[in-house]
Design a protein around this ligand. Structure first.
Ligand code: SF4
Length: 201
């Protein structure tokens, strides 16, 4: 499995699909983690800090908030990064959005172009628990058309894995600023704490 994942990582690192399709993405592709991880976090796409500076997932301001949530569950960042696997729906930075204040969400076509890599990561790592972070990653597991308020705080069993979604932790996200939504986030973290205890993660 380690060799197969290493091969997939090399293929992802060499991937030019979105560039060849004319999308203004910026590499390198970002992912990290342990092939034996029992939990996988899947975000939307890396941001400029991840791509330009750190080369590891969730290391910008959104990542700081995400790890503050995980700290409440009982995972410190260093151990979490070493123990679990972190990736995203699309692995390259999509660039800024029109306003220039945030990042562009990857298009459906970019998501489809990158889907093979995400599927390969899930199959090879084979996590017991998946934490999709943000709408695009959540849709990948729970389908389109449902509101976050109907989803966040829940625990789902999908394709034999426990799925516990979290909203995007970006400071630009209005959703997480709403008090009623924060209650849902607390519920989601409680779900994670229960799973942590149940599975000894
Ligand atoms: S986002 Fe995915 S499919 Fe697109 S170039 Fe990067 S690795 Fe390839």
């Amino acid at each position: 499995m380690t060799d197969e994942l290493t091969l997939i990582h090399k293929q992802i690192q060499a991937c030019q699909r979105c560039v060849l399709a004319g999308f203004p993405i910026q590499g390198p592709p970002i992912f990290s983690g342990n092939v034996h991880a029992r939990l996988m976090v899947i975000g939307q796409a890396p941001g400029r800090v991840e791509v330009n500076e750190t080369h590891r997932p969730f290391s910008g301001s959104a990542g700081k908030r995400l790890f503050s949530w995980f700290q409440q569950v009982g995972w410190d960042e260093k151990t979490f990064r070493q123990t679990f696997y972190m990736t995203s729906v699309t692995k390259c930075f999509p660039g800024p959005n029109r306003s220039g204040r945030g990042d562009r969400a990857p298009t459906r076509k970019e998501q489809r172009l990158c889907e093979e890599w995400l599927l390969a990561e899930i199959v090879l790592v084979d996590p017991e628990v998946v934490v999709p972070v943000g709408k695009l990653a959540i849709e990948r597991f729970l389908g389109r058309g449902r509101k976050l308020v109907e989803i966040i705080g829940g625990r789902y069993q999908i394709d034999g894995r426990i799925v516990i979604p979290l909203p995007h932790p970006s400071g630009a996200s209005a959703w997480i600023q709403v008090q009623a939504h924060r209650v849902l986030i607390r519920r989601a973290l409680q779900q994670l704490a229960i799973v942590k205890e149940e599975l000894g993660l």
